[in-house]
Write a protein that binds this ligand. Sequence first.
Ligand code: DX5
Ligand code: ZN
Length: 227
Amino acid sequence: MGRGVKNWTCEDVIVAPSLLAADFGRVAEETSRAINSGGDWMHLDVMDGHFVDNISFGPAMVETVHATNDVFLDVHLMIERPEHYVPRFVKAGADSITVHVEEEAKHEVAATLEMIREAGVKAGLALNPATPLDAVLPYLGQIDLLLCMTVVPGFGGQAFMEEVLPKVSQAAAWRSERGLAYHIEVDGGVDTRTAVLCRDAGANVLVAGSSTFKAPDMAAAISTIRG
Ligand code: DX5
Ligand code: ZN
């Protein structure tokens, strides 16, 4: 821990460029470009071809980004048996590790979140657009980050789903009612047009892949997304 220097709170607006949209042949340079353009965290999407219908990368990629750049690494696990792989992502240099609540039938979400925190890493819980927010309710006291997917996970470049925004607002209301401090992150289709909707609903971590890495001016895109 301690990378990305500051102690981020849910009062901060954090822009997290998603490596999935970067040129994989130049990962270190692309990460530096994101940081130099104003990106705060790097979002790393791990996909196993089972939990989602795509395969991206694993701990070796996280380790490469960790070794070549000093930035907070926000690791999003879209995989089955996440608890089995958590130690490897911790070792690779993750600063936060987010698992999906939809996997709760197959693993003990509470135990996985505890395992992440015990390793000194921020614990995140994600939910898909179709999953009701009530699914995360039992775990709110155990998380540092709640990730509301604003697309069906698996691929970058999809259209933002506005119907998820009420969940973001409800998650923000629960946070203040309960005196909690988890970040609220949105992921999927976040761009210079939709970011303001997310911020207004109460999200403070804005993951943005295509809209940053593929922008003609990455710094301008990040600045507009931050608002
Ligand atoms: C989708 C991933 C996202 C993806 C976002 O399954 O979780 O993090 O990289 O990509 P954009 O911003 O292009 O929608
Ligand atoms: Zn993601």
